[in-house]
Design a protein around this ligand. Structure first.
Ligand SMILES: Cc1cc2nc3c(=O)[nH]c(=O)nc-3n(C[C@H](O)[C@H](O)[C@H](O)COP(=O)(O)OP(=O)(O)OC[C@H]3O[C@@H](n4cnc5c(N)ncnc54)[C@H](O)[C@@H]3O)c2cc1C
Length: 376
């Protein structure tokens, strides 16, 4: 009998898990992959679009091209999840699963930060990155404030990368001397799991005149006065605000009753939830690893191994290690690498200095996923 798998979310985690199950069990698989969008994009593409390094059209990959034996893609919005019955309702139908995988990522809670508006003054949504890219293209002088509201966030190095890429962007346009760049973050150092990476970032922030306010967070904006209010009630004026909203699991996941403290807690061994036959992977979970693509992909590999073992009647010894690589843009077309094994030692991050070679490695990372998933 065919294994009926329903995968919610075709991001990093959902795409990789569906690919593995298709490769391993394509003939004996009935997998429905559901996503509300018709295209996928890499998280870091938002920085490329905001700083005019790539056009929006060029970074979008169509789910039409995700063609795998045993897999059917449906562009639908998930409106209800019943984890006990493994039943999902979307705006297009009802799905019953033998195995349900929740890979819906992290969403944003704009209401948590008064004045922060989706698609207007934040760069964590695609529309927001596009909009800020338009505003930046005519920005010639004043204070740009990059502001985190809270943690955890997707890709913790991204706000630091934004500051360094902004420095290059304004320099190339000949207006850097007329602009100030500040970065507000709740962390004590830019990348808490790696002291080496943090020291290197602090050094280049100083060299490039970027002001860092650590152990802080933006709690509200007053757009009329162009003022950001920080946790300690102090105020900073800005001319352009590049915000990072508060993150949480999507509403439909919270409504399913599966979350604690905003996310689904899963067993780090096999990514199972407390409901039999229900797995959760990637940014929608709390599993002790960061919210980043490679970690979602690692979780997908482990969950897939257990789903296949279950279907074939044996026990998998695969354990999720929470290890992976974060590439960090340092500006000047150079990229550094941080390697971390979160579950065994979260402060063990090893740092590889920024080089052009690692920039090529990051490009290959994206190109290899595009080819594997979309044949692009
Ligand atoms: C600015 C920025 C830079 C980043 N840079 C990097 C980087 O350099 N390296 C890196 O590894 N990671 C980076 N990331 C993080 C990375 O994008 C995420 O961690 C990764 O995509 C998580 O994968 P996921 O599968 O858990 O969720 P996602 O990839 O977010 O996928 C979730 C999917 O669920 C869908 N969905 C949500 N709700 C519904 C619903 N109700 N119905 C149907 N579908 C729904 C969404 O459309 C989405 O396609 C960055 C993120 C940002 C914002």
């Amino acid at each position: 009998m065919k294994l009926r798998v329903v995968v919610l979310g075709a991001g990093f985690g959902g795409l990789e898990l569906s690919s593995i199950l298709s490769e391993e069990r394509g003939d004996e698989l009935e997998l429905i992959l559901i996503d509300k969008n018709d295209t996928f994009f890499f998280g870091y593409s938002k920085l490329d679009v905001m700083f005019g390094r790539k056009t929006a059209d060029s970074v979008l990959l169509s789910y039409r091209d995700f063609v795998k034996p045993g897999v059917t893609f449906r562009q639908e919005t998930v409106t209800s999840i019943d984890p006990e019955a493994r039943r999902v309702i979307t705006d297009g139908g009802i799905y019953e699963a033998d195995v349900l995988v929740i890979a819906l990522g992290a969403d944003y809670d704009f209401s948590a930060t008064p004045g922060l508006i989706e698609g207007e003054n934040e760069f964590y949504s695609f529309a927001g990155a596009e909009r800020l890219g338009e505003l930046l293209s005519t920005f010639t002088n004043g204070h740009v404030l990059i502001g985190m509201t809270s943690a955890p966030i997707k890709c913790p190095p991204a706000p630091s990368e934004a500051a360094l890429l902004l420095h290059d962007y304004l320099t190339e346009r000949g207006v850097r001397a007329d602009c100030q760049i500040s970065l507000v973050m709740p962390f004590s150092i830019p990348i808490p799991p790696s002291l080496g990476a943090s020291k290197a970032l602090l050094k280049v922030f100083k060299e490039r005149g970027i002001t860092l306010m650590s152990n802080q967070g933006v709690t509200a904006l007053d757009p009329e006065r162009r003022v950001a209010i920080l946790r300690d009630q102090s105020e900073i004026t800005y001319d352009l605000f590049l915000g990072v909203p508060k993150h949480r699991a999507p509403d439909v996941v919270i409504a399913s009753g599966m979350t604690y403290d905003g996310y689904i807690h899963v067993s780090p061994d096999d990514l199972t939830s407390e409901y039999p036959g229900v797995y959760a992977i990637g940014d929608v979970t709390y599993v002790g690893a960061p919210k980043a693509g490679m970690f979602a992909e690692g979780a997908a590999k482990t969950a897939a191994a257990h789903i296949i073992a279950q279907a074939e009647g044996y026990e998998s010894s695969e354990i999720y290690r929470g290890d992976g690589i974060c590439y960090v843009e340092f500006g000047g077309d150079q990229v550094a690498r941080v390697e971390v094994d979160f579950l065994s030692d979260p402060s063990s991050g090893t740092f590889v200095e920024p080089t052009l070679g690692t920039a090529r490695e990051k490009e290959h990372f994206g190109a290899s996923r595009s080819a594997r998933w979309f044949g692009a």
